[in-house]
Ligand binder design. Sequence first.
Ligand code: ZN
Length: 376
Amino acid sequence: MALIQYLTRIQFQAGAISLLADELKLLGVSRPMIVTDRGIVAAGLLATVLARSGIGQDTPVFDGTPENPTEAAAQDAVALFKASGCDSIVAIGGGSPIDLAKAVSLLASHPGPLEQYAVILGGMDLITANKPPVIAVPTTAGTGSEVGRAALLTLEDGRKLGFISPHMIPSVAICDPDLTIGLPPYLTAATGMDAVTHCIETFLSPRFNPVADAIALDGLARAAKWIEPATRDGADATARHEMMLAALQGGLTFQKGLGAVHSLSHPLGGLKALRLHHGTLNAVLLPAVLRYNAPGSQEKYARIRVALNLSEDADIADEMAALAQRLGLPARLGEMGVTPDCFEQISQYAVKDHSTASNPRPVGAPDFLKILEDSL
Ligand SMILES: [Zn+2]
């Protein structure tokens, strides 16, 4: 038996941000708080959204989202939400503000501490529908968080945990590719490789969901075709449209679960001193994980080769490494400043990560250690 749900309300088109005020009205809310980050404000995107969406210029704004969202930032945002009498949250940005907004909605309506809602601590059933709605407005094409059930947050002790529930899915996703036009080449490439990784890992997940598989392969083909044009020419509206769609497709398949790339990129992203970019980490880890997963996945690898338009004997891991190189992304963890002294602990965290259970090949701490060493 399979439970297949698609999934939430999505407005997808260039210029879709003009629908924000109407979508709030449909949800029956009138006092949103915006959750974003300072990069979005500095890039002028907050001003763009306010101007094009028709919501009030006096809308409260929390712009203190860190690169990797933290429990502390969520609590600060909840304080503003309550002090301002808000009834809903509009998340504007990449995966970090969207994840933070999901946590704000949770903490604004559910008693603390946050840790008890973590999926690996059995918290999924504690999360109810009785939460203020979140409207997600992605400004990158990669995370898929706009339709995802998960929020990833780093707790005070450094653990990066997943908070997962159908009730964490934003009530509406407004996907407006025009909002990604100014995204710099490096971030276009790095977030795009996150979308590529989502499509590959969810497709390889052994959980039965052929509908999601089809979406993942279509998203993978789309991302592989358009990630380089979008990175080369950020003003290419077609490339932006296609990459935002590929990222959305990656997010629409999260319900199958991810795999070992994400098991490792989650705790690596929690390393406070380094502040590593999630998509870049995935691009670096993907080749070694694809080599690890190859035994037993050959049938699916053949279908991935078709989606990528590769010859029958092409090595997918090599192809992904070559793609990352053409995009100007680092090839090794060492180039990102990672040193092997953290590997033991990262491997332990990875074993406990919620993505590990859906990796196609069983993976334990020694395997994670080997993948990290191969990626160094
Ligand atoms: Zn990801």
